[in-house]
Structure formats: C-alpha cells, structure tokens
Design a protein around this ligand. Sequence first.
Ligand SMILES: Nc1ncnc2c1ncn2[C@@H]1O[C@H](COP(=O)(O)OP(=O)(O)O)[C@@H](O)[C@H]1O
Ligand SMILES: [Mg+2]
Length: 395
Amino acid sequence: MSETDEVKKKGSYDVYDYVFSLEEQLKSLHIEKQMSAARIGQLQIDMERLRKEIAELKNPPLVIGTIAEVLPNGTAIVKNTNGMEFLVSSMKGFETELEAGKRVAMNQRTLVITQVLPEIKDWRVSSMEVIEKPKITFENIGGLTDQIRELEEAVILPLLNPKGYSDLGIDPPSGVLLHGAPGTGKTLLAKAVANKTNSTFISLSGSDLVRKYIGEGSRLVKDVFKLAVEKKPSIIFIDEIDAVGSHRYATSNGDREVQRTLMQLLAEMDGFDEVEGVKIIGATNRLDMLDHALLRPGRFDRLIEVPGPDEKSREKIFEIHTSKMKLDSNVLVNELATLTEGFTGADVKSVCTEAGMFALRENKKKISLKHFNEAIQKVTKKPEEDLAPRDKMFA
Ligand SMILES: Nc1ncnc2c1ncn2[C@@H]1O[C@H](COP(=O)(O)OP(=O)(O)O)[C@@H](O)[C@H]1O
Ligand SMILES: [Mg+2]
C-alpha cells in the first residue's frame, strides 16, 4: 500500500465518522422533535383547559360588588351588595383598572374580579322614578274610599291649601305611611294623590337604596329631597321603606351603611317640617318590622292601613280593569267578584289580563265567562308556595 492510499483510507474513515455522527445527531433531533410534538400536544390540552376556565370565570351570572380598597398584586377588598367584605384577586390585565369606588363583576364561586364595570352615568336618574304628573286618578282605584278620604286630609288639602292649615294653627301630618299586603293599591294611591295635586311624583324604593347603591344611599336620600324642593309641589314616595328602617338594622351588628341611610332619611324628614309643597308618602307591607324611630311625630306620623278589597270593591276593580275589554254578555262583574274571594287588586288585574290571553289563544273576538274562569284558576294557582322560601332566603 502506498503512502497516498494510506491517506485516502484515513480520509474516508473521517468521512464515515462524520456521516455517522451526523446520523446520530439526526436521530437525537428526531427524538427531540417527537418530544416537542408531544409537549405541544400537552400544552394545547392545557391551553384548551385554561381557555375553558377563563370562559367559565367570565360566565354570568356574576356577583356585583364595589371596591372598598385596592391592595398590591391585583387584589382588592370588595364589598358586596349585602355589605359583606371580601378580599379578592382580579384576573390578569385588570390590575391597573382597579380603583376604590368602582363597581366590579366577580365570579360567583371564586369571587375573582372578571370585569370592571363602567360607572353609572346618572345614578340619580337610574335609581328613582320621576313623573311630572302621574296619569292615575282616584277614578282608577276601586274601593279604598276611607283611605282616599284620609289622604285628602293628610296630604292633598295641606298641599293645595297650606295657608288654611297654618291659619287655623294646625300642623298637618309630616309623613303618611301606607301599609298593607302587596298588590292592594298603595303605589296607586300615592300616584293618584300626585295627580290630584298636580305634583311631581318622585319615587324610590328602600330595597334599591340599600342594595344597589352602597355608600350612595344617604347621598341619594339627600338628592331626592333636594329635587323634590326644586320640583315642588311634589310627592316623595318611598316604597318598601322597611328595607331601610327595619329593626333588624337597629341592632349593634346591623349594617352601618343601611343605618347611615336611615339616619339621613330621618334627618331630612326632621328638617322638612317647615317646607311647604313637598309631602312624603311611605309604603310597606311589613309594618311589624319597622324601626319605631321612623314612626315618631314629625316623621311618618300618620298610618293608613290599605286592606285587601271586599266583594263590592273587587266588583269595582273588575269594572275598572275590564272597561276597555270586549266582554261577552255572559260576563258579569258582580259574579266575578264573588268568585275571587281573597284576591288583591293586583290579582284582579291579573285575572283580567289572563282572561284576555285565553280568549286570544282561541282566536275569539270577545272574552267570555269561560276565559275568566280559566284565568281565576290560573291566578289562584300562582306559585306563591314555591317562591316563598326563595324570597325568604334573599330577605
Ligand atoms: N284598589 C285597586 N283598584 C284598581 N286597581 C288596583 C287596586 N289595587 C291594585 N290594583 C292593580 O294592581 C296593580 C298593583 O298595585 P300597587 O298599587 O302597585 O300595589 P302595592 O303598591 O300595594 O303593592 C296596580 O297597578 C293596579 O293595576
Ligand atoms: Mg307598590
């Protein structure tokens, strides 16, 4: 073998080695590729799972709360609408948006903040109803003649003729409280009073005051009274007043917020004696629950009970609510009244609406007694039993 052959052979060995090492490298790269592919697969599964989790976190219904304090690392103390405080974290990307006083939506289960809600533009407007002059008149109300007479004395005459009272040296009642079961016509009465006196009707609900506007309740009360003076003559109607002034909250562990709202309301009422042209009407179906502070002289010092309608009144209410309906000649309102023992005014109204629906379903031009009978059946079987426990839970 010559020297050059030797070199050639050695060179070819090197190439073999090189090729061999490249093949080895290729093999390991293949393995690496397979492992990466497996990892990608795993990550894709993870991603899918996380995506689902995000979707679920964002899924309604969400719990609404108000930020009380922002803490580091995207956490915050949030107060829910019942006044309870929670230390919660927020989803990535919201840290900078967190700000005390802002409303947020939270996942029901984890209470993780998933949305920062826009501010309520005009929360005054969204929280109270202002009607320049309600269309409801006393003619739209069946029965309740004693109640109407009392309102006449306590609210209507003092509004229409304040001088008459002061000349005689008598103080009309400060505030009138209508109490009675739901659907008996309390709101209706208050609206009719506003109509009769050409007053602006400003209504707000006690449960809204304490549930919706945490920290705003007392401000809202102040604003309502201010607005009432601007727009006088006016009637301030506070529905469900027991939500603000029930003795549950008068105890030491009661909610401070609610307590503050109540105090503001009492203060406004106390300072209101001398203001002419504004009257306050409250309504409740839980008189037994009411804080006695609300009932002291100078506050809601005239109680008017609004009972359910008797037969004669139901007849009148049927007359009112069927006045625009096309009735078959076999429909007699006095008969309907006998058939609806124990029904409230609101129930009677439902019966009329339902009867109309039954006739509509049968393509009838007129509503007959049969439709009313079906409607009475339906309204009698209203799912009150089912609703009661849930209502209690939220109460
Ligand atoms: N005495 C009544 N006369 C006519 N309609 C009534 C009467 N009571 C209740 N209604 C009907 O029932 C509805 C609900 O009444 P509402 O005044 O809101 O009751 P409350 O405020 O006592 O819960 C009214 O809009 C009206 O259609
Ligand atoms: Mg009402």
